[in-house]
Design a protein around this ligand. Structure first.
Ligand SMILES: *Cc1c(COP(=O)(O)O)cnc(C)c1O
Length: 494
């Protein structure tokens, strides 16, 4: 069955998977969604005998139906290889009451690698399939982790250029250093004076600027996106939910068919939406527990049915979740509206003009697979401390948001269903906050001294991704206002 991709705001805009990947976002501002959900055509028990790459293939072939087997397998092999520091690619650890699905074993030690190590391959394959001769220019807004993962994925990829915008002062020191030291002839990194939402809105504006796009086309360029709005990022993420489930089957922790819960530290709603898609294609899921930090716009949404971004933006120790406009929620809205593109368009128009919208009672009921939760800064740091003291396991601040929320969920509901916490970053990416949590005091040493201490204390060797930037030269110096983002892109392409 061929799957087409249509805009959440206008179903009549429809195209193949490969064209949707090249385009990134629909021209009407909507997001691409599959016109129907396929089903896994192998049993979960059969899948439990496969490795990560083969499971990824079984998932992606269902969604990317216009790719040949050879094309897809080649993309997968190029992505999930020795760039990962473990054969398993996405290992599960059991700590206290929950499994942790560790998605941070890739090149930039955050879960964004799961999708961004394959996106460049999907993108260049898609361009070739559609006889697109223009050079592809990837524009990306980052709350910290996407930027580096996209830079690492696209650096020196032929036929592509990439520009990354991040909120200056809104990311961790390590995250910033990772980006600013990125090598590659085709990369540019720009700090903006503003927060992540400003960066994301700025990128969306550039995409919507028809005159600018026409000008670029004349010069032989075509814009695309590496943000999680691209289905070339979203679909590869479905694979690790299937993989996690099948590992538990393989190890005899659950029987095939038994529902499990996933708790996901959430920002832009891409990761957890992939969990929802996994459920749609046949993974038995009980609850998807959506964990927010103090920017708890999603928690409020699941409680009340009102999405309201009119509130203060809080800088937390989990910066990759400091987001008030969770772009991918639009895809859920479309689903719970019964694939009603007009309703979706109306709500998104309301979000853009008033900063809020309210879903109908019926739509709210259709969110029953989700539970919202949030954790305060104090709780998160206390949680990291406590789990370390009790078990020796060190988790990063984002994972700790999920872990804190899960603890509370388990206590308050007595739901003892097997749970998987989706662990999104290595503690080495947020060393300062993690060390302050563990040691219960303000740390005055520099980041790399803290990294060495964390290694002593956790017994986990310092990852390559961190060693690499210890002495690397800063290569990017541009900082601009949010109004100047388009100009920076134009300058880069001159
Ligand atoms: C991006 C990110 C998140 C949030 O994921 P979304 O898909 O945006 O919800 C959580 N944790 C880390 C470490 C991240 O990099």
């Amino acid at each position: 069955m061929e799957i087409k991709y249509q805009s959440t705001r206008n179903k009549s805009i429809e195209m193949s998977a490969s064209m949707a990947i090249v385009q990134g976002i629909s021209e009407d501002g909507g997001l691409f969604v599959p016109n129907s959900f396929p089903k896994l055509d192998k049993s979960l028990t059969e899948l439990s005998k496969m490795d990560y790459r083969d499971v990824a293939y079984e998932v992606m072939k269902l969604f990317f139906t216009d790719f040949t087997e050879e094309e897809l397998r080649k993309c997968i092999e190029n992505a999930y290889d020795s760039k990962f520091d473990t054969e398993e690619i996405a290992p599960l650890s059991y700590v206290k009451d929950s499994y942790y699905l560790e998605l941070f074993h890739g090149k930039t030690i955050a879960f964004k690698d799961m999708a961004l190590s394959i996106l460049p391959h999907l993108m260049t394959t898609s361009a070739k399939k559609n006889q697109i001769n223009e050079e592809i220019v990837i524009l990306t807004a980052t709350s910290g982790d996407t930027g580096k993962a996209a830079l690492a994925g696209f650096a020196d990829v032929e036929g592509c250029k990439i520009v990354v915008f991040y909120p200056k002062g809104g990311v961790s020191r390590i995250q910033e250093r990772q980006m600013l030291t990125q090598k590659g002839q085709n990369v540019k990194v720009v700090g903006i004076r503003g927060n992540f939402d400003d960066a994301q809105t700025g990128v969306k504006k550039i995409f919507a600027d028809e005159a600018f796009k026409a000008e670029l086309k004349n010069k032989g360029y075509r814009l695309s996106s590496a943000n999680s709005i691209n289905i070339g990022r979203l679909i590869p993420q479905v694979a690790y939910y299937v993989f996690a489930y099948t590992r538990l089957v393989k190890e005899g922790k659950i029987r095939d068919g038994e529902p499990i819960n996933f708790t996901v530290p959430t920002g832009n709603f891409g990761n957890i939406l992939a969990g929802f898609y996994a459920m749609k294609i046949g993974v038995p899921v009980g609850k998807l527990i959506c964990a927010s930090n103090e920017n708890k716009v999603l928690f409020d949404f699941f409680e009340t049915g009102v999405y309201d971004r009119n509130r203060d933006f809080i800088l937390t120790t989990s910066p990759s979740m400091d987001i008030l406009i969770s772009s991918n929620l639009e895809r859920l809205i479309y689903e719970i509206a019964g694939e009603d593109d007009k309703k979706c368009k109306e709500l998104m128009a309301s979000l853009s003009s008033t900063g809020k919208y309210e879903v109908t009672e019926e739509m709210k009921k259709a969110c029953a697979d989700f539970v919202g939760g949030y954790a305060t800064e104090e709780e998160v740091l206390e949680h990291i401390h406590q789990v370390y003291e009790e078990t020796g396991y060190v988790m990063d601040t984002h994972t700790a948001v999920a872990s804190t929320v899960y603890d509370r969920y388990r206590k308050s509901t007595q739901d003892l269903t097997v749970n998987v916490i989706v662990s999104t970053a290595s503690p080495y990416k947020f060393t300062r906050s993690v060390m302050e949590a563990i040691e219960g005091k303000k740390e005055n040493e520099d980041d790399f001294a803290l990294i060495d201490r964390l290694s002593e204390l956790s017994g986990i060797p310092v990852p390559n991704a961190v060693e690499e930037i210890r002495n690397a030269e800063i290569l990017h110096h541009t900082v601009c206002d949010k109004e100047e983002m388009e100009k920076e892109v134009a300058d880069f392409l001159k």
